[in-house]
Design a protein around this ligand. Sequence first.
Ligand code: AMP
Length: 566
Amino acid sequence: MTTFEGLGIDERLIRATTELGYVNPTAIQEQAIPVLLSGTTDFIGLAQTGTGKTAAFGLPLLHIIDAAAKYPQALVVCPTRELCMQIVKEVELFKKYMTGISVVAVYGGASIGLQIRDLKRGVQIIVATPGRLIDLIERKAINLEQIKYVVLDEADEMLNMGFQDDIEFILKNTPQRDSTWLFSATMPPEIRKVSKRYMKDPKEVTVGKVNMANKSIDHQYYLTTAQHRYETLKRIIDFNPGIYGIIFTRTKIDAQEISERLTREGYDIDALHGDLTQGQRDKVMGQFRDKSLQLLIATDVAARGIDVQGITHVINYELPDDVEIYTHRSGRTGRAGLQGICISIVHAKESYKLKQIERINNSQFHKLDIPSGKDVCRKQFFAFMEKLLSADISHGDYETYVPMLAEKFADVSKEDVLKRVAAMEFDRFLKYYENAEDLNLRDKGRREPSERGRDRDRGDRNDRGRSREQSSGSRDGRSERSSGGYSRLFVNLGTKDGFYKASFLQYILDMSDLKKESLGRIDMKDMNSWIEIDKSAAQQMVRALDGKNYKGRRIRMNDADSGGKR
Ligand code: AMP
């Protein structure tokens, strides 16, 4: 097996990479480093993020830079500021044992004055986003005259983002360029054109689609309806208590809205997308990186190239259209030998994409059932018990308080203490999931028995009905409904109004000041819903809601079985 020594790089770099835990070079490093060390050969590396490409160009750059010459010798151009900062961070780590080499990041959105000051200090390596670089060139704050090595990282993405002219400008204005190193995940014709025009006989290397064949990622999917996506996402998060993950959306609006909604509901999440100011983006990334933020919701462009260690889950809120994008997204997890899970929320019409991804990626999807409310509660419960049992009590002066605690709890059994602790922790989950519906998209026969009536109630859903039956004997449950215990109310509110079952339940209970025990089954459709309710409480509910306004619309509520719309 090849070693870093065998590739011929400086011993100080080897020391640094060894400290970083690199034992052997990755495929792209093995193939790129010997070529790039010559400094004169143009190179095209078809490799994605996660393959170790930053070290593939970073190490040879540091090796061949002249530390004694205090002017810019290498220029790395990449699409986003996040990637820019990440590259600089890695290069800084690589050059830990080298002196006299300085590297600076220049990108849009941050103070150009400070960057100009940094540049004046005599840097050898500049890592830049195209827009800011051009700006600095125009201000004569950067001189590309003596640049010997140009690295284009994520070239396809830069072209996607409309930087083609800027890239060409940069290549045209580096007259002393000895070599150009281009890294790209794909090879669209535009890149081919750039390489033909500006590169000389490049050595081209494709590393096996590393992420695609990445066996350390378990590709899972959940099948649901489009309207249940959000609820399914919540269920996935709740079912994975230790999750540290990225959720991908297609649009900035989705990322922002879902983030706000989940934050309101108590989740530790923030959004990363192009509409944020640079300061906000840095803050979010910083928090996510140091794990003070558990979840990040991002668009593809904003998350491009981000390398964060230890991500347990990637969640596709929707499947992307492009297989490459799926690969990129899933490649955020399962890195550095760790296991990762990539979950996709899929609705029936998207199923065909799964096959496409499986075929191109040479991977296999596993279909899982969306966990029921009970599954989630159980999972949370066990996670909590683990946390309780592994709490560190070796520090702190607990001994002083134990006698007091013992006295206080003298009449409370151990079981009761445990129940109380659990109640404090789980009330939110138990309440929320008490009424949880089955979010799985079942085959038609099972899913659409809407008017088959009451038999369904006894079957797959409504645990609450069952538990009430158990706890209160013959008082209610399905059997008594037919004997006249329940009314059925119609209301012109539905999922199109932004409600999910749980939020709808909360809304009608808040409005009517009734207890949930007075409710039976709730059927929600896009525009309308039907509520089973104790006969004695029905009028109170109607009085509380009928004629009121919801988001500017007049609510109509009436008895469904006496002339109400069905
Ligand atoms: P990149 O493709 O440059 O984003 O790198 C992906 C991750 O792999 C980064 O966290 C690197 O620190 C890590 N990495 C790069 N090269 C190696 C190597 N030879 N051995 C182990 N990890 C590596």
